[in-house]
Design a protein around this ligand. Structure first.
Ligand code: SF4
Length: 322
């Protein structure tokens, strides 16, 4: 693993566009080579994601089944009791997870008792020896500081898509709001998990633009989730086409080349991928997946950890320890 190569933060969109459009075999070979220089290529981080508060969200993200305004089959669930969350985290650790992410369907964090309970959850999960991650919506600098002091390791706040395409997908907040929360997280000393979704109807230019925003940050996000749209019935994007696997591979490979030190997370969409398609994603530089006992990723289907462990073993990969 060569950590002495300088990370680049001055990528141009043209350079990333050229990388994304390279002949596929050449692109994957280059990404795989870089992956091996920066990471143990036989290790995949297993992260477990638990929805600690589900549905009823006031935002209008077009892809999301948790937005209150869409008529989906999602069951609304108030904030889970802390002990329930800690029991999930303990089981996730015993099953092999090294990172535990808690998600709440909020527009933003409010300074109320629910936030106090989240702080307790963060402390409890941290005490179990897991990397703790949260995704709770927009966050002020002061709230980020409280989370950091409780032991939060990472905060997820995806860009979702490009700045230009953002309004087509979400109208209740702006791309700049996203950037501001990421800056607040960074200032507090928490690591950043930020990526996006493909299959929203965006162009390749939008995809490159989103990666460009991430890859030109002063510090690259330590974790970059690449999601394929999980089409949820009742949302405006329910009839969109399934994302082509080679487009996922191109996104993952371009993210790996542009942000070599980051964990590139193969996130939503794995249920619609075969094992060999996922193997291509690992070869292209993905080194993290969401998995767990619930067989859901928030509110969409996801492989079970037992199946994932079998897949990894078959591919000669192993779970990364913390
Ligand atoms: S993605 Fe998050 S913010 Fe957007 S509607 Fe869903 S839960 Fe709310």
């Amino acid at each position: 693993m060569n950590k002495h190569i300088e990370l680049r933060h001055d990528w141009t969109t043209e350079e990333l566009f050229t990388i994304y459009h390279k002949p596929l075999m050449e692109l994957v070979f280059e990404a795989a080579t870089i992956h091996r220089k920066w990471h143990k290529a036989d290790e995949v981080q297993l992260s477990t994601l638990l929805s600690v508060k589900t549905g009823g969200c006031p935002e209008d993200c077009s892809y999301c089944g948790q937005a209150a305004r869409y008529h989906t089959d999602i069951q609304v669930q108030a904030l889970l009791p802390t002990q329930t969350v800690l029991a999930h985290a303990k089981r996730a650790k015993e099953a092999g997870a090294s990172r535990f992410c808690m998600a709440a369907a909020w527009r933003e964090v409010r300074d109320n008792r629910d936030f106090d309970r989240i702080i307790d959850m963060v402390k409890g999960v941290n005490d179990l020896g897991l990397e703790v991650c949260c995704t709770l919506g927009m966050l002020t600098e002061g709230q980020a500081k409280r989370l950091y002091e409780a032991g939060l390791y990472a905060y997820n706040h995806n860009l979702d898509t490009s700045e230009d395409y953002y309004d087509e997908i979400i109208s209740t907040r702006t791309f700049d709001n996203r950037i501001q929360t990421i800056a607040n997280v960074r200032k507090a000393g928490i690591t950043v998990c930020s990526g996006g979704i493909i299959g929203l109807g965006e162009s390749n230019k939008d995809r490159i633009s989103m990666l460009h925003t991430l890859a030109t940050m002063d510090t690259h996000p330590e974790s970059v989730p690449i999601n394929a749209l999980a089409r949820v019935k009742g949302t405006p994007l329910e009839d969109h086409s399934k994302v082509d696997i080679w487009e996922m591979v191109r996104m993952i490979a371009t993210a790996r080349i542009a942000m070599p030190a980051s964990m590139v997370r193969l996130s939503a969409g794995r249920m619609e991928m075969t094992e060999s398609e996922q193997a291509w994603c690992f070869l292209a530089g993905a080194n993290s997946i969401f998995t767990g006992e619930a067989e859901t990723l928030l509110v969409t289907p996801n492989p079970a950890m037992s199946d994932d462990l079998v897949m990894l073993a078959r591919l000669g990969l192993k779970p990364m320890s913390r």
